[in-house]
Design a protein around this ligand. Structure first.
Ligand code: BG6
Length: 369
C-alpha cells in the first residue's frame, strides 16, 4: 500500500532509511566485525580471488559502479563492472579465481541470469545480491547476500539501489577482513559510518520540499545533464536514468572530468546541469576540480543545481541552486546524493501528470533476453 504517498516511488524513496538499516541488520557483531553467515563460499576460495566482476542491468549496474570504487579501495582486488548482456557475448576472461557479483532487485532479470550461467560454466563463483527471496538469480548462484529493502513496486528503482550499494559494501568489507587488507579498526570506522547513514538519509528526505519545488518548476525542461566524479559519476548516471525512465526527458550523466573532452559543447544558455560535488574533506583535490567544472559551465550559461555537503561554502558563488546533504566519507556519499535526484525526477514526472510508478514501455522485471 502507498501509505498516504502520492505514488509507490514516492513511498519507496521514503523507505530508504529503513532499507539501508535493515540491510545492515544482523551482519555486524558487537565489535563491528562483519559476519556474513549466508556467504556459503569456502574462505580459501574467497582468499584466492584475483578478480571481481560485477554484473547487472539498469540501476543495479550503477550500484555496481559505485561499489567498485569501494571494493577496489578496500580489498585491492581488480574489479570490473559490466552490463550483464554485454558480458556474456564478448568471451570474457573468467575462471575459478574470479568472483562474480550479480546485482538484481527482482532476481529474475534474464540478461543477468544468463550471464551468471555463463560465468559458472567457466568455473567462477557467483554471489547474488538480490532483493527477492528465492528468486531465480539467488537460486542459481553459489551464495546470496540479500538486500532487505522490502518489496519494490515502482518500476523505477530507488530503495533497492541504496540497499544494493549497502550490501555490496558489506561484501567488500567482509572480503577485506577475510583477506587482511584492512586493519580491524579501519573496518570498525567504516561500519560506524555506515550505521549513521539511515539517519542522514532521513535528513535528506526531510529537506525534500526544496527539491520537489525544483522538479515542478523545471517541468518544461527538454534536456537535463548530470555531472559527477569518482563515486559521484555513477550517481550522475543514475540521476539521468531516473529522469529518462519516468519523465521521458532527454537526460545524460557524464564524468565531470570528461566535460572538457566533449560534453561541454552541449552547454548553452539555460541548460540545466546537476553537479554532484565530492566532499571538500576528501582526498586528491577532487572537490576543487569539480568546483572548477561548475564555474566553467556556469560561465557558458548553464543553470547549475549543485548537490554539496553541508558547510561547503565554496560552491555558493557558482550555483543557481544548492542542495545540501549531511557530511559523510566520500565512499558513502552516494547513499545521500542520489536521494535528491530521485525526488527531483519523481516530482517533475508527477508535475507532467505521468504515472511515475508505471512508466511507458518499461517493466519492473524483464524476464526475456
Ligand atoms: C529494468 C528495470 O528493466 O531492469 C530497472 O526497469 C532495473 O528498474 C533493471 O534497474 C534491473 O532489474 P533487476 O531486477 O535485475 O535489478
Amino acid at each position: 500500500e502507498k501509505g498516504g504517498f502520492s505514488s509507490f516511488m514516492d513511498k519507496e524513496i521514503h523507505d530508504q532509511p529503513a532499507a539501508v538499516r535493515d540491510t545492515l541488520l544482523g551482519r555486524l557483531d558487537e565489535r563491528g566485525r562483519l559476519s556474513l553467515d549466508e556467504l556459503h563460499i569456502d574462505e580459501a576460495v574467497l582468499r584466492s580471488v584475483d578478480k571481481i566482476v560485477v554484473i547487472a542491468c539498469g540501476t543495479a549496474a550503477y550500484a555496481g559502479q559505485v561499489a567498485r570504487y569501494a571494493i577496489e579501495h578496500w580489498c585491492r582486488i581488480p574489479t570490473e563492472v559490466e552490463l550483464a548482456h554485454e558480458f556474456r557475448y564478448r568471451d570474457p576472461i573468467v575462471n575459478e579465481k574470479t568472483l562474480v557479483v550479480a546485482l538484481s532487485q527482482s532476481g529474475e532479470t534474464m540478461d543477468t541470469l544468463m550471464a551468471i550461467r555463463h560465468a559458472r560454466e567457466q568455473g567462477a563463483k557467483v554471489v547474488a545480491i538480490c532483493n527477492t527471496n528465492g528468486s531465480s538469480i539467488p537460486r542459481e548462484s553459489d551464495a546470496s547476500l540479500y538486500t532487505h529493502a522490502g518489496p519494490e513496486i515502482a518500476v523505477a528503482s530507488t530503495k533497492a539501489f541504496l540497499a544494493q550499494i549497502t550490501a555490496a559494501y558489506l561484501l567488500g568489507l567482509y572480503l577485506a577482513q577475510l583477506r587482511g587488507n584492512m586493519y580491524a579498526d579501519e573496518i570498525v570506522d567504516v561500519v560506524d559510518e555506515l550505521q549513521k547513514m539511515p539517519e542522514k538519509i532521513q535528513e535528506v528526505i526531510d529537506a525534500e520540499e526544496q527539491v520537489k519545488k525544483l522538479g515542478t518548476d523545471m517541468v518544461d525542461s527538454s534536456s537535463v545533464l548530470f555531472l559527477g566524479r569518482h563515486v559521484g559519476f555513477p550517481v550522475a548516471l543514475e540521476g539521468a536514468l531516473k529522469l529518462k525512465e519516468i519523465a521521458y526527458i532527454h537526460a545524460e550523466g557524464f564524468a565531470a572530468g570528461e566535460l572538457k573532452h566533449g560534453p561541454i559543447a552541449l552547454i548553452e544558455e539555460g541548460q540545466p546541469v546537476f553537479v554532484v560535488v565530492p566532499s571538500p574533506r576528501g582526498r586528491d583535490s577532487l572537490h576543487s576540480k569539480v568546483v572548477s567544472n561548475i564555474q566553467e559551465i556556469r560561465a557558458r550559461g548553464a543553470i547549475t543545481i549543485v548537490i554539496a555537503e553541508e558547510g561547503d561554502e565554496s560552491v555558493s558563488d557558482y550555483a543557481n541552486h544548492v542542495i545540501t546533504v549531511p557530511q559523510a566519507p566520500t565512499l558513502l556519499q552516494p547513499l545521500l546524493a542520489t536521494v535528491p535526484l530521485q525526488v527531483f525526477a519523481c516530482a517533475l514526472a508527477g508535475a507532467k501528470g505521468y504515472d511515475v510508478d508505471q512508466p511507458r514501455n518499461l517493466a519492473k522485471s524483464v524476464t526475456v533476453e
